[in-house]
Design a protein around this ligand. Structure first.
Ligand code: GTP
Ligand code: MG
Length: 188
């Protein structure tokens, strides 16, 4: 897929609805600070499309972006940020599950981002299980692969594919053009 157009469409919060004939959605999910917003910016080639940052908890809403007038990218808040208050964390987690269980949601695919350095957390494995229980096609993106040496990369990827054996796994870095091409080629 070649992305020629990417623009902010709208934020989705409980109470707002989507038109029934909305374009199919690809959603980006993962723990806080794993690199979801940066990932969208990298593959769309628009550095400031999504707000990203070094402090976790940057994305607080479900932000929808219209891609090539025919597809929606959904940038979700992250889960599992330990320093957030329990109430705030719960609110974001509820928002994620509210979205994933919206009736008539045309969710085509999820990109589940996992930090290459940490491997899947319990929350990531739980999310992967939830997505597969609902038959939502899921690709695992191992983010920030540039932070690893090549031997670390091998060992970590082997570990991750053991923990998530039924998933396609794409190693990714916002600094690696080849990994961006692989992701874009995997899109319809
Ligand atoms: N080195 C490196 N840093 C990255 C990469 N991807 C993201 N980052 C950095 O990681 C930090 C978090 O990125 P975000 O894109 O805001 O992460 P997020 O998953 O959207 O975070 P929340 O919105 O808080 O859930 C930022 O400082 C990014 O610059 C990558 O591939 N390599
Ligand atoms: Mg974000």
């Amino acid at each position: 897929m070649k992305i020629t157009q990417a623009e902010y469409w709208k934020a989705l919060v409980p109470g707002t609805t989507l038109p029934e004939d909305h374009p199919p959605i690809i959603a980006f999910i993962g723990r806080s600070n794993v690199g979801k917003s940066s990932f969208i910016n990298a593959i769309t080639g628009k550095k400031a499309l999504c707000r990203s940052g070094s402090t976790p908890g940057v994305t607080r809403k479900i932000n929808l972006f219209l891609i090539n007038q025919s597809l929606i990218f959904a940038d979700l808040p992250g889960y599992g940020y330990a320093k957030m208050s329990r109430g705030e964390r719960k609110k974001l987690e509820e928002l994620i599950f509210w979205f994933l269980t919206l009736p008539k949601l045309r969710l085509q695919q999820v990109f589940l981002l996992v930090d290459s350095r940490l491997g899947p957390t319990d929350n990531d494995l739980e999310m992967a299980g939830f997505l597969s229980s609902r038959n939502i096609p899921t690709t695992v993106i191992t983010s920030k692969i540039d932070k690893l040496t090549s031997s670390q990369k091998k060992a970590l990827l082997a570990g991750i594919s053991q923990q998530l054996p039924h998933h396609r796994i794409i190693p990714f870095s916002i600094h690696d053009r080849e990994s961006m091409k692989t992701v874009l080629n995997s899109l319809p």
